[in-house]
Design a protein around this ligand. Sequence first.
Ligand code: PNS
Length: 163
Amino acid sequence: MSSVAVVPGSFDPITLGHLDVIERATTIFDEVHVVVVHNPDKQALIPIAHRVALIEKSLEERGIAKSNVIINSWAVGLLVDYCTDVGATTIVKGIRSQIDVAYETPMAIVNRDLAGVETIFLLPDPGHAHVSSSLVRQVSALGGDVEPYVPAVVAEFLKHTTD
Ligand code: PNS
């Protein structure tokens, strides 16, 4: 039986930290779904369709755009409904710090309660521990260089978005 995992997130935009976690997930699971999920608690910068396109290009750039890595979006409903639809029993999240553990733990327990979907936490390269999408958005909006934090296609996209 093949193992299917979902790597969900706002990905607004995808960062090198996200990419690192996605790549690690592809070494563990047979099939990985990278899913852009609308988070009502966050004010979005990039439309969901553009975030999906940036993930596609970023995975190509990194050489991990393979047939067993599916990129999708899920704008309405529970994440676990997407997991059930595609036969995924595991959600994968990256953990950078204790703050992430505190943020992710309730979601992981609720997702398990709702549908028996387990969450596993992967540790990204410590070099990405300080990188977050919100920081990238802020630096970019104020004219700073985000190239150290995001794939080149994202840096290029943000340059034009915030010009
Ligand atoms: O990158 P983010 O914003 O931290 O990702 C959080 C996200 C979007 C994955 C989370 O909010 C989510 O799963 N939302 C979907 C709605 C849902 O299923 N909620 C109940 C369990 S958390």
